[in-house]
Design a protein. Structure first.
Length: 239
């Protein structure tokens, strides 16, 4: 076997509990004899409880659980909280930042940590509890492409007393309906269709006429980004 090229070897490392685990040893060639580096891969280690804090903080928490002296354990817990705050500076703007850090500390300790925390100790059930289901409207609208806000604006316009504000709101609603219709249909739409839909959705209380009322054009409702012309650049490159 060549002295400069050592084959891959395996060694058994006996831990404190007496168990054994295989670890790979890779040769590192130096000027003298080859040395060996014990490489630990994250895939072979236990998953992190909160990856944002990193494995170093997790190892500190694991060590904290082994400290018997309560006073020393409380002191180390406060130091870990300080390091957690430095590692995630964006939490400074979060309300109750320190409370969240202490909760994270207990989570990383699997809720098995006896320290004098300034906040109540969280329980695992609260961590895994499902949030309440959000209410979802089950109303079936005929013209869904107009959106829920259009139906609410139509009801507000029908109940409005000021005739000047009511007329202005109706025109805003009609133009917005036309804009949403064009987005859904991808083509231009006749104002008479929008007026008919508005009349139907308002229960006949809003009646616009194509001859007297006019909506905005498609070009005014839908913004179209202009394409940049490269003709000038080509002419400059020829010089």
């Amino acid at each position: 076997m060549n002295d400069n090229m050592q084959e891959l070897e395996l060694k058994r490392k006996i831990d404190m509990n007496g168990s054994t685990e295989k670890q790979e040893i890779y040769p590192i060639h130096t000027k003298g004899f080859p040395e060996y580096l014990d490489i630990h891969y994250n895939t072979n280690l236990e998953p992190l409880k909160i990856p944002e804090y990193g494995r170093m903080i997790q190892q500190m928490v694991d060590y904290l659980k082994t400290v018997d002296d309560r006073e020393k354990r409380n002191h180390l817990a406060r130091e870990i909280i300080r390091l957690m705050g430095l590692k995630n500076k964006h939490l400074r703007d979060v309300p109750d930042m320190e409370h969240k850090l202490w909760d994270h500390l207990f989570v990383m300790a699997d809720f098995d940590l006896d320290v004098d925390a300034p906040y109540p100790k969280p329980v695992p059930e609260a961590l895994h509890a499902k949030p309440p289901r959000l209410p979802y409207p089950q109303k079936g609208y005929k013209y869904r492409y107009y959106g829920q806000i259009i139906y609410e604006l139509i009801r507000a316009a029908v109940e409005m007393d000021d005739p000047e504000k009511r007329e202005a709101l109706i025109m805003i609603i009609a133009n917005h309906m036309k804009k949403n219709y064009i987005k859904w249909n991808r083509e231009s739409v006749d104002d008479a269709i929008i007026f008919r839909h508005l009349y139907e959705l308002s229960g006949g209380k809003i009646d616009l006429k194509p001859g007297t009322d006019e909506l905005l054009k498609k070009e005014q409702l839908i913004y179209q980004k202009r394409k940049k012309s490269h003709h000038k650049n080509r002419r400059n490159n020829r010089r």
